[in-house]
Design a protein around this ligand. Structure first.
Ligand SMILES: N[C@@H](CCC(=O)N[C@@H](CS)C(=O)NCC(=O)O)C(=O)O
Length: 199
């Protein structure tokens, strides 16, 4: 059985959302990160980074929300959350799955901190470049791969939701607003938010 270690109002939303999209059965274990329990020896054996989310299934242990999205997509091929091996859309799928932790998170951290990093040295180039590239990709729609929703939309959609609507560090653009509206209309995200709110 899949066991998800999670905390409300955190990057765990990505894991909750992808699991709800997958239709896989899973159990949740709440990790109260305000209490510091993520630093306990027991939890460090699950995620030595002392962060949520984390997922276990039998002997498998998956940490990092992007890896969790990829794992869940592969575990539930019938849910169609990833193009199959050999499908040319796999290039874009992997690109956007990695774009979130590799580019969006860095750009957002730079913005939050007010630090200015040299664009040739940092992997995300610049905040403006990241969101201009995303804008161009989302303008086509409805999803990052075109007609088909994928686990990459979970990563990018959750990032855009937090950065644009919760922390308001990203200015709304027509493509971002329309994309988030499509994400919000998904029953799986609505269920994930209900779980998140119930804590
Ligand atoms: N790269 C990790 C980041 C996870 C992360 O930063 N989780 C935060 C909550 S959003 C956390 O567990 N914070 C608790 C702590 O650092 O003590 C991922 O994407 O899963």
């Amino acid at each position: 059985m899949i066991r998800l270690y999670w905390a409300p109002q955190s990057r765990s939303l990505r894991a909750l959302w992808v699991l709800e999209e997958s239709g896989l059965p899973y159990v949740r274990e709440l990790i109260d990160i305000r209490s510091g329990v993520q630093q306990s020896p027991a939890y460090r054996r699950i995620n030595p980074m002392m962060k949520v989310p984390a997922l276990t299934e039998g002997a498998a242990r998956v940490t990092e929300s992007g890896a969790i999205c990829a794992y869940v997509a592969e575990r539930a091929p019938e849910a169609g959350l990833a193009p199959p091996l050999g499908d040319p859309r796999r290039g874009d799928y992997l690109r956007w799955l990695f774009f979130s932790p590799a580019c969006m998170e860095g750009a957002l951290t730079e913005k939050f901190s007010g630090a200015h990093m040299p664009s040739a040295s940092v992997g995300w180039g610049s905040f403006e470049r990241v969101f201009d590239v995303l804008d161009a990709a989302l303008a086509k729609g409805p999803w990052l791969l075109g007609a088909d929703f994928s686990a990459a939309d979970v990563m990018i959609g959750a990032d855009l939701y937090y950065s644009m609507e919760v922390f308001k560090v990203v200015e709304p653009r027509p493509s971002f607003t329309a994309y988030l509206d499509r994400c919000k209309a998904r029953p799986a995200l609505q269920r994930a938010w209900e779980i998140d709110a119930a804590g």
